[in-house]
Design a protein around this ligand. Structure first.
Ligand code: ATP
Length: 204
């Protein structure tokens, strides 16, 4: 019998990818024995359609740089989608690609947890994957409330990652670059070099 493979999925704008993403992905990998974590830069995130977002090619290249020394991390090749890319569609297509002997674990920060009950296709999503929630921006209470909201399914399919909060965001990084401040130690060194070389985030 084939062993079950456990795959973590972290979608994000990654504008830019930072240590908060990487530390969270790695903590989830260790706590849940994941064989691999797939990072997926959103082409057109439904909740950020009104915002100016750096080109997906830059965000993809930074994600590749950030993960190139970690064999457990993979960045999903770009698929350009016109219009919103919903998590349920991504998860369905990954389930199909990875096949039967795979368990999928969606990794999100708790800043997204309040909106989870309203996600497009959420009931089907919770059938297809488990959700690992990392504490962020003081919304730990909301994790419990959402697990409760989904009843038995919530208890079996939604889990809190036991890591301390990491106060890092892409917004903070973009603001620091714009203000000429250091982003050393909050993004990987090669990502910092890429941002400088490509002169990203200077004119927001
Ligand atoms: P922005 O500041 O531009 O809104 P962000 O820092 O929230 O960006 P995203 O790429 O939008 O980064 O986040 C992708 C996923 O990673 C989301 O599930 C988000 O909650 C999670 N995440 C981002 N930063 C952290 C962090 N410091 N700790 C835990 N989870 C995080």
């Amino acid at each position: 019998m084939q062993a079950i493979r456990r795959i973590g999925i972290m979608g994000g704008t990654f504008d830019p990818i930072h240590m908060g993403h990487l530390v969270t992905a790695d903590a989830a990998r260790m706590e849940y024995g994941l064989d691999q974590v797939v990072l997926i830069p959103d082409t057109c995130p439904p909740h950020k359609q009104q915002m100016a977002v750096t080109s997906v090619q830059h965000r993809y290249r930074m994600a590749l740089l950030a993960t190139d020394s970690n064999l457990y991390f993979n960045v999903l090749p770009l698929v350009e989608i016109n219009g919103p890319s919903y998590t349920i569609d991504t998860v369905k297509s990954l389930k199909k690609n990875y096949g039967e002997n795979t368990e999928l674990y969606l990794i999100i920060g708790s800043d997204l947890i309040r909106s989870l009950p309203h996600w497009y296709g959420i009931d089907e999503l919770l059938c297809l994957c488990k959700v690992i929630v990392a504490p962020r921006q003081g919304s730990i209470g909301a994790i419990k409330a959402v697990i409760h909201h989904f009843g038995e399914t919530g208890k079996r399919r939604i889990f809190r990652l036991k890591t301390p909060e990491l106060e890092i965001s892409s917004t903070e990084i973009r603001e620091k670059v714009r203000a000429g401040k250091s982003i050393c130690y909050i993004v990987p060194e090669n990502v910092e070099h890429y941002i400088n070389k490509e002169k990203l985030y200077r004119s927001y």
